[in-house]
Write a protein that binds this ligand. Structure first.
Ligand SMILES: NC(=O)c1ccc[n+]([C@@H]2O[C@H](COP(=O)([O-])OP(=O)(O)OC[C@H]3O[C@@H](n4cnc5c(N)ncnc54)[C@H](O)[C@@H]3O)[C@@H](O)[C@H]2O)c1
Length: 387
């Protein structure tokens, strides 16, 4: 059984806390090189994973140039994704990129084209697709349990506000110029989940976005979005805060819903229950591998974050995601989530920001001539200033 020799770029919260231990424990992966611009993060992960000093790099390009790597995992923050991904693809490596693929659509599509040119796999860390409750929902939909999907409503209104690694730039999620957005950009997970459940990409959006906080360009902390995905109509409500969570899917012959303890939000709150109904009879939807635990609740935001990073969904689903990439590389098929899906998700986020700022619906794919496509959310800030 050959292993994919793998390098990791970015050893912060996600790189050091999820990717490194997950890669190191996967039977088909050999984690043999790491890169990070922040020396303590590089050293910590190097020591934890037993990476020799000569295989630890400050420069991601040096890691990409190693001739003995097959796969590079890029877990830098979004505005620092493009260069390491292009370097890895240019050196003939397969790539797993963290989400969001980029903070600017043009950068995201540039990576997609680079992967096509290099004929390498560009897979997305769209890890929620491997959460057991979404896999169960998708299987029930594909089995025709609720007929044709017509509507999806997703509430993720109690997302904790997660700073990055203290040793790097912990405030980056609240910096519009760097993060490229706030809650919607950072938590774009339900966009690709809805697209997967609907079986179609987003074709039009209309959104209202709230921005509060300090500074001249505060980021969004509340996003209420309406989306059209082919024939499916969806609503997505996302917020840093304490609002309700849960996801419902409406079909031509029934409905399906997923709930979390305290009416909370995955993956920060434990799975509670899932059901399908034909309107008359309600049946539990079996979700394999997840223990519904209605009596246990997390008391604090720190506990919720710890659960999200250490709990079942994040760790186990990560191993499944990596297995999917290994199989994609072995067989030549596409992974469950590709660079195209990553770029579409970034397009959708920017379309929502544009819709809210310009107070109009926005069609997708984004118009390549739109400044939002080339510059991301800073183009909207410039438009607002010019008004
Ligand atoms: N998929 C998920 O469930 C999930 C969860 C949390 C975060 N994320 C994503 O993971 C990414 C990283 O987030 P984080 O919270 O780990 O950030 P972080 O700030 O904790 O860590 C970022 C790390 O990248 C390093 N870095 C920056 N520029 C670099 C470069 N050019 N080369 C090498 N290393 C570099 C930093 O030194 C730091 O160690 C973000 O895109 C975030 O959205 C995904």
């Amino acid at each position: 059984m050959t292993k994919l020799r793998t390098g990791l770029v970015g050893c912060g919260s996600m790189g050091g806390g999820v990717h490194a231990p997950g890669l190191a424990s996967h039977p088909r992966i050999e984690l043999s090189a790491i890169a990070d611009v922040t020396p303590p993060n590089l050293e910590r992960v190097g020591e934890e994973q037993g990476i020799p000093a000569e295989r630890r790099f400050a420069d991601a390009e040096e890691l990409a140039a190693l001739p003995d790597l097959d796969l590079v995992v890029v877990a830098t923050p979004p505005w620092l994704r493009n260069a390491p991904v292009l370097a890895a693809l240019g050196a003939g490596k397969h790539v797993l990129a963290e989400k969001p693929l980029a903070s600017v659509p043009q950068d995201a599509w540039e990576m997609v084209r680079a992967a096509e040119r290099a004929d390498r796999v560009l897979a997305m860390m769209h890890n929620y697709l491997f959460f057991p409750e979404f896999e169960a929902a998708k299987a029930a939909i594909d089995a025709g349990t609720i007929g044709d999907v017509q509507t999806i409503s997703a509430n993720l209104l109690c997302v904790p506000d997660n700073p990055g690694a203290a040793t790097f730039q912990p405030g980056w999620r609240r910096d519009l110029g760097r993060a490229g957005g706030g809650i919607l950009m950072d938590m774009l997970h339900p966009l690709y989940v809805m697209s997967w459940l609907a079986g179609a990409p987003v074709s039009e959006v209309s959104a209202m976005i709230r921005r509060t906080g300090e500074g001249p360009l505060p980021v969004d902390d509340l996003a209420m979005c309406h989306l059209r995905l082919g024939d499916v109509y969806a609503s997505l409500n996302l917020g840093w805060g304490l609002g309700p969570g849960g996801i419902g899917v409406g079909g031509s012959e029934g409905r399906l819903w997923l709930r979390y303890i305290n009416n909370g939000t995955t993956p920060f709150d434990r799975f509670h229950s899932a059901f399908t109904s034909d309107g008359m009879t309600t049946r539990p939807l079996k979700v394999e591998g997840v223990i519904a635990d209605p009596d246990s609740a997390h008391a604090s935001e720190d506990e919720r974050l710890a659960w999200a990073f250490d709990g079942y969904n994040m760790q186990n689903s990560y191993l499944e995601l990596v297995s999917d990439i290994v199989e994609a590389v072995d067989s030549g098929r596409q992974p469950r989530s590709t660079g195209v899906d990553g770029a579409r998700a970034v397009d959708t986020v920017l379309a929502c920001y544009a819709s809210a700022a310009r107070r109009c619906p926005v069609a997708l794919p984004l118009d390549r001539a739109d400044p939002v496509y080339r510059e991301g959310v800073t183009a909207l800030a410039a438009e607002a200033e010019a008004d």
